[in-house]
Design a protein around this ligand. Structure first.
Ligand SMILES: [Zn+2]
Length: 422
């Protein structure tokens, strides 16, 4: 009796509060609502995995701990004996992944990145009692980087089984690509440089994150290099602007594969793969007066909207198998958009392969596609600039250990109709 009485007294004195805080990133976007499925007009998104320091009282008050929001709903729970006002320091940092193994940080400058100074927003919280409460940060460059970067990495990873394993990091910074001195890029050490002013382009951030995801599965996006050599004599397949490559430039096959695969992963982040239709907005603003301006006049007039599923003459993005339909075929060369459309078809189409009934009408999984790349890169063959398709074809056709023989006819048919089998 005495013991029970004592417990009742303690419980009465120390009333417990349980606050569930659901964090949201403020987002801006200038390339949305063109037919894709996710984040069309939203001004906030779930802050998946956001890091939050919680204080009782003002910023710097009684420290209650560091919390990471749940990657699915952006929420976390704090228990407290006090119902006083709280301060939530919400960082431009997130932790996602099947075993909380992926850490993403965003920075406003290279100097901030080099000193690992992760920006945070200090948010006053006055819950007034136990319950669930929603808070968001304020919009801006860094919020856009962490929001689009986290979502595009998370959305592809959570749909992959098994997911990426091992400790992974990605840093996104608002800065011109340091290795090349122009545009945006992702390095093999996981630094994504997003050109200042482009942080609100979700398909661009999704593209650079796509390079990161590719690199995590392969160990690297190499052996590729940066020699695109888009030296087509046909303007429809040439490009001389920023980065020396663009959506429809004819490049060495390996480079076209790497860029097209990143375009595919960006497409995959913002479009539902349970459907076959997919829309993508290209992000290189090629002006009418540029050297390449005339060749991109149709895309410019269509506000850079690309129909990833189907390519027709005079339609958004232009015809599928761009290289052969618009230029001329060159062995060992291919076009980024052709790879992008190939992977989307290969991943999502059902019941047929390029309008032809085929024995592998069931799509591969996310993982099977990553595994195909991983396995191919692991095979000790000599890579050249021009061999990407040949080596992927060799792997899936001749290596039973890959376990994807049921996908061979599907691979071959979709490769052919999208024109990447060069
Ligand atoms: Zn790229």
């Amino acid at each position: 009796m005495l013991l029970a009485f004592s417990l009742w007294l303690i419980a009465s004195d120390a009333k417990a509060y349980s606050f569930t805080f659901c964090m949201r990133w403020a987002i801006q976007h200038t390339d949305s609502n063109i037919g894709e499925d996710y984040y069309l007009t939203d001004t906030i998104m779930k802050a998946r995995g956001a890091k939050v320091d919680v204080f009782q009282g003002p910023n710097g008050g009684v420290f209650l701990g560091t919390f990471y929001a749940n990657e699915t709903n952006g929420c976390f729970t704090v228990n407290s004996t006090s119902n006083a006002a709280l301060t939530l320091n919400m960082y431009a940092e997130s932790r996602i992944g099947g075993s909380n193994n992926i850490t993403i940080k965003a920075f406003p400058s290279i100097a901030a990145m080099n000193s690992n100074t992760v920006p945070f927003w200090s948010i006053a919280a006055n819950p007034g009692g136990s319950g669930t409460f929603y808070y968001n940060n304020t919009a801006g460059v860094v919020s856009n980087l962490i929001a689009w970067g986290t979502f595009s990495a998370y959305w592809v990873d959570q749909a992959t089984s098994p997911r990426l394993s091992g400790t992974r990091t990605m840093r996104l910074v608002s800065a011109i690509c340091a290795p090349t001195g122009e545009g945006s890029c992702m390095t093999d050490v996981g630094i994504g440089y997003i050109q200042p002013g482009a942080e609100q382009k979700k398909f661009l951030v999704g593209h650079e994150v796509g390079h990161w995801t590719h690199s995590q599965w392969m160990g690297s996006t190499s052996p590729v290099g940066l020699d695109y050599s888009p030296n087509s004599s046909d303007p429809d397949c040439a490009f001389s602007g920023v980065g020396d490559h663009a959506l429809r430039s004819k490049e060495y096959a390996n480079e076209a594969f790497v860029e097209g695969f990143a375009q595919y992963l960006s497409t995959l982040a913002y479009n539902n793969y349970a459907q076959t239709d997919a829309w993508f907005k290209y992000y290189k603003n090629i002006a009418a007066g540029d050297t390449d301006g005339p060749a991109y006049a149709d895309l410019r007039n269509d506000n850079w909207k690309v129909n990833v599923e189907d390519g027709f003459f005079g339609d958004w993005g232009g015809p599928s198998n761009w290289q052969e339909n618009m230029c001329f075929w060159t062995d060992g060369r291919s076009v980024e958009m052709d790879w992008q459309r190939f992977y989307w078809d290969y991943r999502t189409n059902t019941g047929h392969c390029c309008d032809v009934p085929c024995s592998a009408a069931t799509p591969p999984t996310h993982y099977q596609i990553f595994r195909h790349l991983e396995y191919t890169f692991d095979t000790p063959e000599q890579w050249g600039h021009s061999t990407a398709w040949d080596q992927f074809a060799d792997t899936i056709n001749n290596h039973p250990a890959l376990g994807q023989s049921s996908l061979v006819s599907r691979w071959n048919l979709f490769s052919n109709c999208n024109g990447i089998d060069q």
